[in-house]
Design a protein around this ligand. Structure first.
Ligand SMILES: [Zn+2]
Length: 372
């Protein structure tokens, strides 16, 4: 662009408590980041949770031919570690970095060629510690992504009230056993493998409905899309049986796998039982008859068990249509119980779903790497 780069400061409207900001900026460089949690919903709503009364500023750069537009938000404090998350849909990457000690910068980089009108972007304070910014919804569905828990108070700041034992959307998700990062994904020969990922249900068929009206179709679509992106990042060709909230019959799902010459088929589901059985939780992974299917299921299962906290319901033979009708090694994973008191808060947590996606991807890659 002839006129070169330009930047625009985005309006940060805050509900009359921005005057606390100056003292926060004066914190020493080693202070913890004011960014406690963030998430981007499939509809493109960016939500942040910060330390109370933090001062934020948002900026924008339209990018050029090679680099898409970037939107960034600066907060006080230094992040514990700089990191890059591969996004999806209109967003290419989300980065958490530190342009200088004492500042956390959350960067949203869009795909090259995306046109954004900065006048449409407004960072709005909705509470002393929570912020929202609506990304343009007309760019298509975003890949839901996030870190930490935007909804719940940080237990370090506010001690959680003792639970009554009843399941509740307010229960805190469990910490992962061994968090995975995209860099931890096993490597396989690039361009050699094709994988079909099947997000269960969709459209008018919500699948299981759990605590907080969480719908299986949404949870598994988000996890599946992340798995697809992670596998593509390792040079695997990935086909999804659905990429949106649509209903696909079971036979076309299996046909897609059979006609595409896929090496592996993985169907992703979440379990549910009646709301009166919050005591039933856990991971179960199915295969149908073949030893290779069993190996695939075991690889995914053990990867998840090693990453997140889950009751182990085992690797089991099952007769689900999609794993019976597919001709390549196939597996169906039930990532947890939407009606379970332990599993439901996890499944509602974007950071936990990210860990599930990483663990499933690592399990598939390990299976491919070891040659079945
Ligand atoms: Zn299901």
């Amino acid at each position: 662009m002839a006129e070169g780069r330009w930047r625009q400061r985005l309006l940060a409207a805050f509900l009359g408590i921005g005057c606390f900001a100056a003292s926060v900026w004066a914190l020493p460089a080693r202070a913890f980041s004011a960014l406690a949690a963030w998430r981007i919903t499939a509809d493109g709503l960016l939500e942040l949770r910060t330390t109370p009364y933090a001062s934020l500023s948002a900026s924008f750069d339209p990018g050029d031919g090679a680099q898409g537009p970037r939107l960034w938000i600066d907060l006080p404090g230094t992040p514990s570690r700089p990191r890059t998350l591969q996004a999806g849909g209109p967003l290419r990457q989300v980065r958490v970095g530190t342009p200088e000690p004492g500042i956390t910068r959350l960067v949203l980089e869009f795909q090259p060629g995306v046109q954004l009108d900065p006048a449409q972007l407004k960072l709005v304070g909705v509470d002393k510690d929570s912020w929202k910014l609506q990304l343009p919804p007309q760019l298509g569905r975003y890949l839901a992504l996030g870190e930490g828990s935007v909804d719940r108070p940080d237990p370090i700041v506010a001690a959680p009230s003792e639970g009554s034992g009843a399941p509740s959307g307010a229960a805190a998700p469990r910490q992962p056993l061994r968090p995975l990062r995209p860099a931890d994904m096993p490597s396989v020969a690039r361009g050699r493998f094709r994988v079909v990922i099947d997000p269960g249900h969709g459209g008018p068929d919500p699948g299981a409905i759990g605590i907080g009206s969480t719908q299986e179709k949404d949870v598994v679509l988000e996890i599946s899309q992340q798995v697809a992106e992670l596998l593509r990042g390792r040079g695997v060709d990935v086909l999804l049986t659905r990429t949106g909230d649509i209903d696909v019959d079971l036979p076309p799902r299996a046909q897609l796998a059979n006609s595409s010459g896929a090496d592996v088929f993985v169907s992703i589901h979440a379990n549910a039982l009646s709301m009166s059985r919050p005591d039933v939780n856990g991971l179960e992974t199915f295969y149908f008859q073949s030893q290779q299917g069993r190996n695939l299921a075991a690889s995914i299962h053990s990867s998840i068990m090693g990453t997140v906290r889950r009751e182990d319901r085992g690797v089991r033979e099952g007769r689900f249509y999609v794993i019976r009708a597919t001709r390549m090694p196939s597996s169906l994973v039930e990532v947890g119980f939407l009606t379970g008191a332990d599993d439901a808060p996890d499944l509602m947590d974007p950071a936990h779903r990210r860990q599930l996606a990483l663990a499933i991807s690592a399990g598939i890659l390990d299976y491919l790497r070891l040659g079945g």
